[in-house]
Design a protein around this ligand. Structure first.
Ligand SMILES: C[S@@+](CC[C@H](N)C(=O)[O-])C[C@H]1O[C@@H](n2cnc3c(N)ncnc32)[C@H](O)[C@@H]1O
Length: 245
């Protein structure tokens, strides 16, 4: 998977991309991340990348010409890139979108700054507008890092164990069950007996029920689309009505 990130602040990426799994994936050639400084594509002497908004109002807007030149330069090399604009008004970035994006050959991610980018960038070049949540950050760089990180986990070989993403939260429409590791007791708190039992069928059943309980408690909206058996739906109804704990 190839990622091209268009930003006014390429220096922000050096930390997150030079540690741990993302660093290893890049070294192994599983992902290829390239940073492009939008300012390099500004034509004037001062490398101007922003200007005041037409119609007045607070703040500045990222100019269309440097962004257009930068996007076109990248796309000359990567014709099949899917172009993503980071913006709070985009569609919500969730695990379904992550797995969809992981099937692409290349992603070109535009990081906005100031009051955002000139609307003509969206009209002319953008395939998807993506928001990482209902809040506003100072720029799209952190959103780009989130996208690269989450999408990379779906690239075969990036995660150590083949099934470590299969049980993640959202993979089956539910939040993940609780995890424990040694010691078996800490400050009077033990590990649930069933996890020490070695009985794989009971462990799987306990985990599934915990996932159902957690999802019902904190993200009941996910249950509407989760794949559930009739028995599991009955179990949830009993939980919701307080007939189960
Ligand atoms: C200060 S924000 C602009 C906010 C814009 N004026 C608005 O109200 O929608 C600057 C840039 O940060 C990025 N950004 C901020 N919040 C974001 C979010 N929740 N998801 C994705 N990108 C975001 C976008 O690239 C945006 O262009």
């Amino acid at each position: 998977m190839k990622f091209d990130i268009l930003t006014l602040f390429p220096g922000m990426f050096s930390g997150p991309f030079s540690e741990s799994i993302i660093k290893r994936a890049a070294e192994d050639g599983l992902i290829d991340i390239r940073l492009h400084d939008i300012r390099d594509y500004a034509a004037d002497r001062h490398k101007t990348a922003d200007d005041a908004p037409y119609g007045g109002g607070a703040g500045m807007v990222m100019k269309v010409e440097p962004l257009a030149a930068c996007i076109e330069a990248v796309r000359a090399e990567r014709r099949n890139s899917r172009v993503i604009l980071t913006t709070p008004r985009g569609k919500r970035f969730d695990q379904a979108l992550v797995s969809e994006l992981a099937n692409e050959e290349a992603l070109l991610i535009i990081c906005g700054r100031y009051e955002g980018v000139d609307e003509r960038v969206r009209e002319l070049f953008v395939d998807d507008e993506v928001s990482i949540g209902d809040f506003v950050m100072t720029g799209g760089e952190l959103a780009a890092m989130v996208i690269v990180d989450a999408v990379s986990r779906f690239i075969p070989g990036v995660l150590g164990s083949a099934d470590s993403s299969a049980s993640d939260s959202f993979s089956d429409g539910l939040l993940e069950y609780p995890q424990y590791t040694r010691p078996a007791e800490f400050r009077g708190r033990g590990v649930p007996e069933v996890l020490l039992s070695g009985n794989h069928r009971e462990i799987a059943q306990w985990r599934r029920r915990q996932a159902l309980q957690r999802t019902l408690a904190t993200r009941p909206d996910l249950l509407a689309t989760a794949q559930l058996s009739d028995k599991e739906r009955d179990y949830l109804e009993e939980l919701a009505n307080g007939r189960r704990s």
